[in-house]
Design a protein. Structure first.
Length: 139
C-alpha cells in the first residue's frame, strides 16, 4: 500500500495549490516524489511531474522553464512506461504552455505524436481537447 501514498499526496498537493497554497503544494509534491523514488512501483510518476508543472505555472506564470522541464520529464517517463493517457495529458499541458508563449510549432511537434493513434473515447476529455488544439495549430 506504500506505493499509493505518493499518488494520494499528489492529489492533496494539487488541492492545496488550487486553494492558493502553491508553496505548500510544491513541498508536498516534492516529498511525495522522494517517497516514490524509494519504491518499486512508479506508475504515477509521470502524472506527478505534470502536476508539479501545473503548480509551478500557477505560482509564477511568467517563469515557464521549470514547468517545461517537468512536463518534458513527464512525457519521457510516460513513454518509457507506455502509459499513453499520462503521455497525452503531459503533452497537452506542454502544448498549451508553448501556445501561451507563441511557440505554436513546438506545440504541434509535442502534441501530434501523443494524439496519433489514440483510440477515440468520450470518457477521456483531454483527448478531445488535444484534438481541438491540434486542429487549431494545424491551420
Amino acid at each position: 500500500m506504500v506505493y499509493l501514498v505518493p499518488s494520494l499526496e499528489a492529489v492533496l498537493a494539487e488541492a492545496e495549490a488550487s486553494a492558493g497554497e502553491t508553496d505548500a503544494g510544491l513541498r508536498r509534491l516534492c516529498e511525495a516524489l522522494a517517497v516514490l523514488e524509494r519504491t518499486e512501483e512508479r506508475f504515477y510518476e509521470a502524472e506527478m511531474h505534470r502536476i508539479r508543472a501545473e503548480i509551478l505555472l500557477r505560482r509564477d506564470p511568467a517563469n515557464t522553464a521549470a514547468a517545461e522541464q517537468s512536463l518534458q520529464a513527464a512525457i519521457g517517463i510516460a513513454q518509457s512506461q507506455k502509459v499513453r493517457s499520462f503521455e497525452l495529458r503531459a503533452a497537452l499541458s506542454l502544448a498549451k504552455l508553448y501556445r501561451a508563449v507563441n511557440r505554436d510549432d513546438d506545440a504541434h511537434v509535442v502534441l501530434a505524436p501523443a494524439v496519433e493513434g489514440f483510440p477515440p473515447t468520450q470518457q477521456f476529455p483531454e483527448l478531445t481537447e488535444a484534438q481541438s488544439l491540434l486542429a487549431t495549430l494545424s491551420r
